[in-house]
Design a protein around this ligand. Sequence first.
Ligand code: MN
Length: 536
Amino acid sequence: MVIRTLADFLPAALQSKPRVPTGSPRSMPPEVSSFAALSDKLGYLSKADLKLIRDAYKFADEAHLGQFRASGEPYITHPIAVAGLVADWKLDAQAIMAALMHDAMEDCGVTKSELIERFGAPTAELVDGLTKLDKLQFSTREEGQAESFRKMLLAMSRDVRVILVKLADRLHNMRTMAAMAASKRGRIARETLDIYAPIAHRLGLNQTYRELQELSFSYLHPWRHAALEKALQRARGYRRDIVSRVQNDVVKAFSEARMRVDISGREKTVFSIYRKMREKHAGFAEVNDIFGFRIVVANLMDCYHALGVLHQLYKPVPGRFKDYIAIPKPNGYKSLHTTLVSPLGTAVEFQIRTDEMHAVAEAGIAAHWLYKVGAQKNVNPSDVAQRLGAMWLKSLLDIQNETRDASEFLEHVKIDLVPDAVYVFTPKSKILALPRGATPIDFAYAIHSDVGDHCVAAKINGEPAALRAELRSGDVVEVITAPGARPNPAWLNFVRTGRARSKIRHFLKNLEHEESQELGLKMLSQAMRAEWKAAL
Ligand code: MN
């Protein structure tokens, strides 16, 4: 049994000396700034790979010669740091090379054909996917950004390494943003919070997700962040006694059950506390009274065994148990969650999972590479993450096919990034994950666009239900279609998924002129009739 010391209950930022701005918990390892330090991380690659990487480094170093970052450091330190973060995920040589050269096309006039010739097509494609479109092509910055973003997402749906390098790039930029002009910081932090953090979450890269959120928050609201952080540290001090008492009880219970487990404490991030306070209109004390432990066990059945040990130790809070092993989250996350009442009356949250589940919980889709080079070559813990990640990427392609302009695409994607999900079942017990607030129409389009287009009625748990009814987890949803039926424009007012929205809009755009006139008249008279009734 591994027992962690009290220091483990403090976030990493409080333990290690060089702190990130305003002391956010740092989850990913610190970055490297020299090629020598980067090389030290590449022990998992072959000699031939290392030679290719050295070539890419030399190429990038020459391309960026004479350029400097806002901090005054030579520019090349940035691509090296990004490559270092990518190496922490144990990505392959092509991804490391792309990380080293990711800004070369945009900032140094290097062409794609030059990269293909020197480093081969796969690496060149990766770099190209990371390169923004030429600003000069667009009339406004928003338009240029939206188009560049669409280009990157498409590249990423072909090759997920594109987004992994991009996330590492964004993470390093956020970590070093203090040197940047204040006017730029707000915009970049907002974009990170709205788009990059949710993408990281969607792909299960939770460490990265938390750090991006934390850094964005500290730049968007520096005073709130500082105040909450101080309050958190104080609360941690007060809580020390109860935390160690619970920990001792738990350790003892597992040793009596002769179970080998790894116990560690979990702390909430400043941002998650802030968000809870806002959502629940609650004070700091109300959202901060809960603390948690993570129990890592050897195998799947031990998860349930450990759950039994904990429920025998303290009473569980009814309704708080969740089995994310039987029903994983859409990003592949698996664990058992339960909340217990400690002898002092405080609620304590527990997460129970195996090592493999833990790797996926922290690194998501990147756990695929992490594990491939690890000792257990024959297990692939991230199958679920891979499959679900691929499903999400495919849904992006669907949205892309049906939207014409980039800002509309971006709007749809933002909707799809909503992390909260409900899980519903088809009549044949197939499970579907939809964003919170989704309706039977969203469900119909999630099954197939034909089902959505011809949907006329729905049943939830066997009972007739409105097409705009909000679905809840566990609902069995059945959609009734009719061959002549067509999407109703009014659906746009309540559908929740980007997919349904884009499919309905696509259908409406393709209506013949006369048909749309007819439809317009129908809607107008419907609206007038409603007004008329209301007036009576
Ligand atoms: Mn960059």
